[in-house]
Design a protein around this ligand. Structure first.
Ligand code: C2E
Ligand code: CA
Ligand code: CA
Ligand code: CA
Length: 276
């Protein structure tokens, strides 16, 4: 029976398309990747557009698989989301970011960290309980932590549960950012109701602001919206001087992108941004 099972499996996998096979492989290898020490975080700085000061460090997952080598987040994050593995993997990232930020803070380099929290993490388990636990374990003051949530979190509000969870998170003292803003379907009503501190304008809109009037109009609108609702705006994916000039003129609050720095290891980040 065992042999038959193995043959059935082989038949199945041979007839799956290459992409499905790759997803299955990523899923099985990602399981336990944290325990094998294959995951790490890179950090990308975010700057205050007016003062030019370092405002925060976004923690971004990196996976160096023993079997596959360096796997890009664009490949493994979607698989992790679909399989539910994002829950343990995201928890690892949160712990590691808080540990790193607290280790920096204790030694005189207090930079807030921003951690990506997937919609699944937000809905499936109690994020407030997890946050409380991780903050207590690490010793990091809650004010030094920002959570980046996508619009899908705001939209899938079943019976007001989202508002309640966001309020409890805010009550811990962490700040809340909406990631990839403009790509989802969050309504203005949600934005006004929810305790949001930052809107991160998706890089798809930022890319052509200097040349595409429609993208420019959208980015303008988001910056204006932020001003009206008293929510700070961050432009993601800033790669050029022209983009930066546009954003400065329109009064965007913060910037992040390759024009300033790529995501880098914790050691590189510290070497570059800790005041001598
Ligand atoms: P994101 O949260 O929107 O992160 C920004 C992505 O844009 C990062 O890609 C970053 O490296 C890239 N980026 C930054 N500046 C520029 C730029 O100037 N130009 C261009 N073209 N790209 C820029 P990365 O690190 O590959 O991450 C991709 C996505 O994977 C993230 O998008 C996020 O959705 C997800 N992700 C990464 N780490 C985590 C995590 O710990 N938890 C969860 N749930 N998702 C994560
Ligand atoms: Ca993000
Ligand atoms: Ca983003
Ligand atoms: Ca994104």
């Amino acid at each position: 029976a065992k042999e038959a099972g193995r043959n059935a499996y082989r038949f199945f996998t041979e007839h799956m398309n290459a992409e499905a096979r790759e997803r299955l492989q990523i899923q099985s290898l990602l399981h336990g990747a944290a325990e094998r020490g294959e995951l790490c975080l890179h950090y990308q700085p975010q700057f205050d557009l007016v003062s030019g000061e370092l405002a925060c460090a976004e923690a971004l997952l990196r996976w160096n698989s023993a079997e596959l080598g360096q796997v890009s987040p664009a490949r493994f994050i979607p698989v992790a989301e679909e399989s539910g593995l994002i829950v343990p993997v995201g928890e690892w990232a949160l712990r590691e970011a808080c540990r790193q930020a607290e280790s920096w803070r204790r030694t005189g380099f207090a930079v807030p960290v921003a951690v990506n929290l997937s919609a699944l993490q937000f809905r499936r388990s109690d994020p407030v309980e997890l946050l409380e636990r991780v903050l207590a374990e690490s010793g990091l003051p809650a004010a030094q932590l920002e959570l980046e949530l996508t619009e899908s979190v705001l939209v899938q509000d079943s019976g007001g549960g989202t508002l309640e969870r966001l309020r409890r998170l805010k009550a811990l003292g962490v700040s809340l950012a909406i990631d990839d803003f403009g790509t989802g379907f969050s309504s203005l009503a949600y934005l006004r109701r929810f305790p949001i501190d930052k809107l991160k304008i998706d890089q798809a809109f930022v890319r052509d602001i200097a040349t595409d009037p429609e993208d420019a109009a959208i980015v303008n609108l988001v910056i204006e919206l932020g001003r009206i609702l008293r929510i700070r705006t961050v432009a993601e994916g800033v790669e050029s001087e022209a983009q930066l000039r546009f954003l400065a003129e329109r009064g965007c609050d913060m910037v992040q992108g390759y024009h300033f720095a790529r995501p880098m290891t914790a050691a590189q980040f510290e070497a570059q941004y800790r005041a001598p």
